[in-house]
Design a protein around this ligand. Structure first.
Ligand code: 13P
Length: 253
């Protein structure tokens, strides 16, 4: 059985107070309304990771994740945050290779492979993102590109290490645009990713959670999550509102 996960990527939003209010609303709603075995991850901005983790206490359902990490262990890298620092705060997840990092910060597959290694070495679960921009989808080479992204940053891993990775497929044209992939488009690509993993790693590909991201909302979550190879979601804008986010989580539980 693959782990079902719904992660909220808050990106660069909210004050500390707003973050704390959202968290407390979510704690109540998830406890009261969410059934089934789904993990909820709140990927907060770096400064809020520790206070939100403290606020969550030992919450069995909800945990926190970072949105990025440095590829370096420590040293003179002003403004960066290492995986060791995340580990020292007890942060279990880290998003690696979000398309906004690839696009605005020039992160490439080789760099992301290093970040994945650093996360795994410290026992964090990487949520590794892949996904094609619009022009690639229009050219029809999206499967090729996404397979390449997965290969470049994950195929150096041992089978044992790969099993600790979560993958998020986020077509860039669906992020923040309100234009969601259809459930068929999502399923097709998730299946391509899983088969590609299977071509190298065999049956363990069946154990890897592959999340969908890109304009997931309360009214489309259930359909997307019902696809055979979609194991949850990575949610941006809609994770900033407690009611909407909980309705999304309920779409899989
Ligand atoms: P939206 O849900 O706002 O489209 O963002 C998706 C995303 O980038 C999650 O990482």
């Amino acid at each position: 059985m693959r782990q079902k996960i719904v992660a909220g990527n808050w990106k660069m939003n909210k004050t500390l107070e707003e973050a704390s209010i959202l968290t407390s609303e979510l704690m109540g709603m998830v406890a009261d309304e969410v059934k089934g075995n789904v993990k909820v991850v709140l990927c907060t901005p770096f400064p809020y990771l520790y206070p939100i983790k403290q606020q969550l206490g030992g919450n069995a359902r909800i945990s926190v994740g970072a949105q990025n990490c440095s590829e370096h262990d420590s040293g003179a890298y002003t403004g960066e945050t290492s995986v060791g620092m995340l580990k020292s705060m007890g942060i279990p997840y880290v998003i690696i290779g979000h398309s906004e990092r690839r696009q605005y910060f020039g992160e490439d597959g080789k760099l992301l492979a290093t970040k994945v290694d650093k996360a795994l070495a410290q026992g964090l679960t990487p949520i590794f993102c892949c996904g094609e921009p619009l022009e690639i989808r229009e050219k029809g080479t999206h499967e090729q590109l996404v397979k390449q992204q997965v290969e470049e940053s994950l195929f150096h891993l041992s089978a044992e290490a790969l099993q600790k990775v979560v993958i998020a497929y986020e077509p860039v044209w669906a992020i923040g645009t309100g234009k969601t992939a259809t459930s068929q488009q999502a399923q097709d690509m998730h299946s391509v990713i899983r088969k590609h993993l299977a071509s190298k790693y065999g049956a363990i590909a069946e154990n890897i959670s592959i999340l969908y991201g890109g304009s997931v909302k309360a009214d489309n979550a259930k359909e997307l999550f019902s696809c055979a190879d979609v194991d949850g979601g990575l949610v941006g804008g809609a994770s900033l509102k407690s009611r909407e986010f909980v309705e999304i989580i309920k779409g899989i539980s």
